[in-house]
Design a binder for this molecule. Sequence first.
Ligand SMILES: Cc1cc2nc3c(=O)[nH]c(=O)nc-3n(C[C@H](O)[C@H](O)[C@H](O)COP(=O)(O)OP(=O)(O)OC[C@H]3O[C@@H](n4cnc5c(N)ncnc54)[C@H](O)[C@@H]3O)c2cc1C
Length: 318
Amino acid sequence: MPKIKLKNLLLDLQENWPLARETNFGLGGPARYFFRATSKADLLKALSVAKQLKIKTFVLGSGTNVAISDRGFSGLVIKFENQNPHQSFYLNKRLLIAEASVLLADLLKFSFKHDLAGLEKMAGIPGTLGGAIVGNAGAYGQMISDQVIWVEIFDGQKIRQVSKSTLKFNYRDSLFKQRPTWLVLRVAFKLLAGERKILQAESRKIIAIRNNKYPAGIKSAGSFFKNLPVTKIPNSVRKKIPTEKIKAGKIPAAYLLEQSNVGGMTVRGMAVSHFHHNFLINTGTGTYCDLRLLVRHLKKKVYRQFGLELEEEVRYIN
Ligand SMILES: Cc1cc2nc3c(=O)[nH]c(=O)nc-3n(C[C@H](O)[C@H](O)[C@H](O)COP(=O)(O)OP(=O)(O)OC[C@H]3O[C@@H](n4cnc5c(N)ncnc54)[C@H](O)[C@@H]3O)c2cc1C
């Protein structure tokens, strides 16, 4: 029986573990098996054992950018966590190498301590470095991929280094989204020379802006939909959008939603937040099913208003 073998091979394996408590959205049914990998060796061992037993796997970072189905996951969920940020960064001149399981917040702290610039505008983005690489997270004009040199991956067979150009980073996108068996293990950045005090001040300023935008502790996954590149929008629609609303070549999804009068829209326990139209929140009793229904309504409203299709930034796990 796979159950007995998996239990024997992975210490601290949980069964029927509620995934809702592992995600920021607070959505998700049980994982048939759940394991916390606190090192690369743990992660690779869990994957190899699951492969031997033909159990499907899914790797989670901090769970801040996923919406998991109410049915949960019938295989093994591995949460890649870091318990030792002090031993997760290596500096070689200006090349900074970090483990994928570190929190972005710890990565930023480390870079500031060493007077290295290039990540400071991402202050306040929750989650792990691995999750940030997969979705090419970013904010205020910086993206995690900007200073990447290479990424160490496990491709389902072996560990190898992949150059930045291979990974096809784009706005909230990377090749990892098309390669579900690829895992981020380590990332090398070439950062710029900076000054600790200036970098810390910049990041504090950004955190203050974020604190003004949304309350702490909300059950959400941040911006739900991607902003739309202006180049992909027909001229007839583009003309309807005031120039000042276009930010960094993109039309904010929040603006399109606001103009489509979705403020206050709810489906049972899921709602469009009142402070940011692109933040969908779980008011406490929300389910994945409610979320999918709400998303369908929102897409329809924007399509009717502008003829534009919204695309999810958040990843569905079902
Ligand atoms: C309040 C709030 C504000 C936010 N603000 C921003 C923002 O300003 N900009 C922004 O870009 N995002 C933002 N986000 C979204 C989120 O924080 C980022 O996308 C973050 O990088 C996700 O990291 P994670 O560890 O939580 O990933 P998870 O949600 O755990 O996973 C996301 C995806 O990555 C995969 N994954 C995770 N780790 C690995 C790995 N090591 N190898 C391979 N695949 C992996 C998972 O399988 C999943 O498909 C925000 C979210 C919240 C809740």
